[in-house]
Ligand binder design. Structure first.
Ligand code: AGP
Length: 618
């Protein structure tokens, strides 16, 4: 996933574009660049590496001046991270500059045709081919003027030849008064200002300038000027658009007093759970209520199977959702890696519903799974954090997390919000079936107590940091759990892997004895999730197998459990709660542990190597 931004107005474009790129850098940070129109020509500056190490230094030496500009921060797909592969890219004439988020699948054939027509290329990217294609059409429209803006016509003609996905911003030296944006499959938003307008991949880049935005739809092409904008749909005049208000402010997209966004977002989790619960807990009827499922009670009762499709951390949440919905609603649930669901011909009954889980709402694999379910005539719901994202818009109904922007590449508060909402959904579906009011109330009250309990666990941040320093030199970790906390073991391993680059494996504690226990040795610590739940005795038996082989043990246990101390090297306690709510509480220590391990090892916590916040390619 890449980040793009555009500005047209009366202010200097460079600082606005650069600040916007910094707010989008979590989307990809292999390289960054910008282009500004200065009345006589295009000024382009681009450099590989993170903004502060590359582009920002370049601009100190060679600033650019002008009031119309575009910028890009890259997560490399076609072409390795390199100065020449950084965006913006220019057309053959050097008049047109574009930035692009997406993948052009037919770029090779187009490149061959353009090369035969005399075009020369400086990069190995698909984006440069699109720039040249727009330039070729622009030349044709300039040579044979017709009604309509030649740049807009050229962009539309070029996009009709594209197979693949795009979110683009385009400027041209002949047309300093306009900025063009277009999208298909990659998000693009218009920001509406006073005497200025913006384009951006997501709202984080706009929120310090405006709260009024337009979420563009696939095939939309927008023409922005200082004083207004028009939206067409690939040549069908005046496509409809809706002005929306952003539900968060610029402080939400700032780090504040925290050293990293990830730590800030870990500490925002009590509020994230409160936001997920707000207006959805109906204790009077011992159930939960949702405004956006767009399904009647009869339709919800008729559901006979739920397929939960997701990727990464969201897939771990899906595994918890399976336990929750099967236990609370007695509904069969199947969890699918989104990318697998799309390509295997899973048999689906008429009343099978697909539930997509996604923080960003832009994960290409998950979006593809949702589209596949809809193509086969099934209702597709979604739990999403980013308002107006592709998955949110293409689902038949769903639930917003309201967790606020999640900037850290490692997902934390969105995961906890998803678990909260899956618990509420389990209660909601269960109370339409055979879930008793007492059991439902027990879970609802446990959820309502969770924010304060998370706060209590966060108070152990210093202790967990000491633990991280103690184990920071380990090269291999196991994370083990059973039942509801088995998926949390997987999540703890992923958190550690993706930000500290330590090899870590999550397993069912029971599965260890079937082979992986061969890897246990004094140099390999194991984080054991051992709440005092129904699996406690069996989990303790699994723990003793590890201990017998001298594997160091860090236990995450329930407050008051003294027995665990006898069999563990270190213990992190969490408050007692209802069994289905332990996944929420047990995750917090693992997030903090991974965070402090990464800091201790000098890793870039918010922008881990090779990663991006959302993977918008399949
Ligand atoms: C989790 O920390 C990772 N950033 C990654 O696994 C992420 O959860 C996955 O790419 C899915 O993203 P989504 O929730 O935005 O769809």
């Amino acid at each position: 996933m890449c980040g793009i931004i555009g500005y047209i107005g009366s202010k200097a474009a460079q600082p606005i574009v650069l600040e916007g790129l910094r707010r989008l850098e979590y989307r990809g940070y292999d390289s960054a660049g910008l282009a500004v129109l200065n009345g006589t020509g295009l000024q382009v500056r681009k450099r590989m590496g993170k903004i502060n190490e590359g582009l920002a230094c370049l601009l100190l030496d060679q600033p650019v001046h002008g009031h119309t500009g575009i910028g890009h921060t890259r997560w490399a797909t076609h072409g390795p991270p390199a100065d020449e592969n950084s965006h913006p890219h220019l057309d053959q004439s050097g008049r047109i500059a574009i930035v692009h988020n997406g993948v052009i699948e037919n770029y090779d054939r187009l490149k061959q045709r353009l090369t035969q027509a005399g075009h020369s290329f400086h990069s190995s990217t698909d984006t440069e081919v699109l720039a040249h294609l727009i330039g070729e059409h622009y030349q044709l429209h300039r040579d044979k003027p017709t009604s309509g803006n030649p740049l807009l016509l050229a962009v539309c003609d070029a996009l009709r030849e594209i197979i693949g996905t795009y979110g683009i911003a385009v400027i041209c030296t002949d047309q300093p008064g306009i900025l063009i944006g277009a999208r298909r499959g990659s998000p693009l938003i218009i920001g509406i200002g006073e005497g200025e307008h913006f384009l951006a991949s997501d709202a984080n880049a706009l929120v310090s300038h405006t709260r009024e935005v337009v979420y563009l739809n696939d095939y939309d092409v927008a023409t922005l000027t200082r004083d207004g904008f028009e939206v067409q749909n690939l040549g069908v005049v005046s496509a409809g658009f809706k002005i929306s208000k952003l539900e968060f402010g610029s402080m939400d997209a700032e780090r504040g007093e925290f050293e990293h966004f990830m730590l800030k977002e870990i500490f925002e989790q009590p509020r994230a759970v409160e936001n997920a619960l707000r207006g959805r807990v109906d204790t009077e009827n011992a159930t939960a209520r949702f405004g956006g499922l767009n399904m009647t009670a009869a339709e919800l009762r008729a559901i006979d199977r739920v397929i939960i499709a997701a990727s990464g951390t969201s897939w771990h949440a899906a595994l918890v959702g399976e336990y929750l919905i099967e236990e609370l609603a007695h509904l069969p649930v199947e969890v699918e890696f989104a990318h697998e669901f799309c390509y295997r011909n899973a048999p689906l009954e008429p009343d099978t519903v697909l539930l997509a889980l996604s923080q960003s709402g832009e994960t290409a694999d998950t979006l593809a799974a949702l589209r596949e379910a809809k193509r086969r005539g099934h209702r597709a719901l979604a739990i999403v954090n980013v308002v107006g994202s592709s998955i949110a818009r293409e689902s038949d109904g769903g639930i917003y997390m309201h967790a606020g922007p999640e900037i850290g590449v490692a997902s934390t508060k969105a995961f906890i919000s998803t678990l909260t909402l899956l618990s509420l959904l389990g209660v909601h579906l269960g109370r339409m079936r055979m879930l008793s009011g007492n059991r439902a109330l027990e879970i609802l009250r446990a959820l309502q107590a969770a924010p304060a309990q998370i706060e209590a666990i966060l108070q152990q941040n210093h202790l967990i940091r000491q633990l991280a320093l103690k184990y920071a030199r380990a090269d291999d970790f196991f994370f083990l759990g059973r039942g509801y906390t088995y998926p949390i073991a997987l999540e703890g391993a992923l958190k550690l892997k993706e930000i500290s680059y330590i090899h870590a494996e999550g397993y069912s504690a029971a599965e260890m004895k079937h082979g992986p226990i061969a890897l246990i040795e004094p140099a390999t610590p194991t984080v054991f999730l051992v709440p005092q739940d129904a699996m406690y005795d069996r989990t303790m038996a699994n723990l003793s197998m590890i201990r017998a082989r001298k594997g160091p043990i860090i236990a995450v246990a329930t407050e008051g459990d003294e027995q665990i101390r006898q069999v563990s090297d270190d213990v992190i306690y969490m408050p007692r709660t209802a069994e289905p709510v332990y996944p929420i509480l047990a995750t917090i220590p693992l997030q903090l542990f991974a965070y402090h391990m990464a800091v201790a090892r000098g890793c870039d916590v918010d922008k881990p190597r090779n990663l991006a916040k959302s993977v918008t390619v399949q």
